[in-house]
Design a binder for this molecule. Structure first.
Ligand SMILES: C[S@@+](CC[C@H](N)C(=O)[O-])C[C@H]1O[C@@H](n2cnc3c(N)ncnc32)[C@H](O)[C@@H]1O
Length: 293
């Protein structure tokens, strides 16, 4: 059973592990995420809103997975209504996960969320799930930095970080490169020399969109917001290009083209940014006892 299933990254992980799946029940309300899931896995049972679910019917299921929306708790929200205590919509959504756990009583569970939640919420989640989270940076499994907490009763072992860089996953063919030579006199390199900013306003304003990163490094977190400007790639000689959709998929270790059924880049970027890094989930689920055996 997968709550807040998004684009069903849990299914991809289970499939990569070769786990035979009798039923995969998904709770998700976003029509575009559901479209991606249904295009790739028509056998997934889409059941809609978690608040309306009767989880008792899933008694006997082996595994419950899910990461409730982090937008209510995340630092990215700033002071604009960020929830820092076990109250509000963020907590109500998480509480549906706890309800599923109590009603369906699965053998294994995995719950994920963003590390930028308040300490109080983190402690309350640990109390509810009766375990401490494991912090994993997706950078250990992919070319992307993405720090997340994972609460689970699966006895997960240590892992060897993989040294995968953006240059290892970047597309070899692209058409969207452009020159920024006319802004050369405004160039500012970051201290580590890996990120270039330039000023298109002529007023000393360096916007987020006017940045490009060298390819021989771990890439920034693929976010659900700012879908239009997921970052520029520095190609050298004053040339840059936007990160492509297939690169975003590879940063999340998704199959290339997995989200291609969405024609809007904005929607596609959001679906990818909301998802999980599949290889992290695969690592965690690989320690379910039967798989080990
Ligand atoms: C952080 S995303 C999880 C993405 C997912 N782990 C994946 O692999 O793609 C949270 C998801 O919760 C969904 N969601 C929000 N409210 C919901 C509700 N009431 N019932 C079911 N899903 C909901 C959102 O649409 C969003 O896709």
């Amino acid at each position: 059973m997968s709550l807040f299933d998004g684009i069903s990254c849990g299914m991809i992980a289970l499939e990569r592990l070769g786990v035979p799946i009798n039923r995969y029940v998904a709770y998700e309300i976003d029509e575009y995420a559901i479209k991606v899931s249904q295009t790739n896995y028509p056998q997934i049972e889409q059941c809609g809103d978690v608040f309306k679910a009767d989880f008792k019917q899933y008694n006997g299921f082996d595994l419950l997975i899910g990461g409730s929306p982090c937008v209510h708790w995340s630092l990215a929200r700033g002071s604009n209504g960020r929830e820092t205590t076990a109250n509000g919509l963020g907590w109500d959504l998480f509480s549906q996960y706890v309800r599923a756990l109590n009603e369906a009583k699965p053998r294994f569970f995995l719950y994920e969320n963003n590390v930028s939640m308040s300490d109080e919420i983190k402690e309350c989640i640990s109390h509810e799930l009766n375990c401490e989270p494991i912090e994993i940076d997706s950078a250990d499994f992919s070319a992307q930095k993405r720090r997340r907490y994972y609460w689970t009763n699966i006895p997960v072992a240590e892992w060897q970080p993989k040294n995968i860089l953006f240059s290892d996953i970047m597309d070899s063919e692209y058409t969207n490169s452009r020159s920024i030579a006319k802004y050369k006199n405004t160039y500012k390199w970051s201290k580590d020399g890996m990120c270039l900013s330039w000023d298109t306003s002529g007023k000393g304003y360096y916007s987020q969109a006017s940045r490009a990163r060298k390819v021989n490094q771990k890439w920034n977190t693929v976010c659900a917001n700012r879908a239009e400007s997921k970052g520029n790639v520095w190609l050298g000689n004053d040339m840059i290009r936007l990160v492509t959709m297939s690169e975003l998929e590879k940063l999340q270790t998704l199959p290339v083209g997995y989200t291609a059924c969405l024609k809007s880049k904005e929607r596609r970027g959001r679906a990818i940014g909301n998802g999980w890094t599949v290889e992290v989930i695969k690592h965690l689920l690989s320690y379910m006892k039967e798989i080990q055996e």
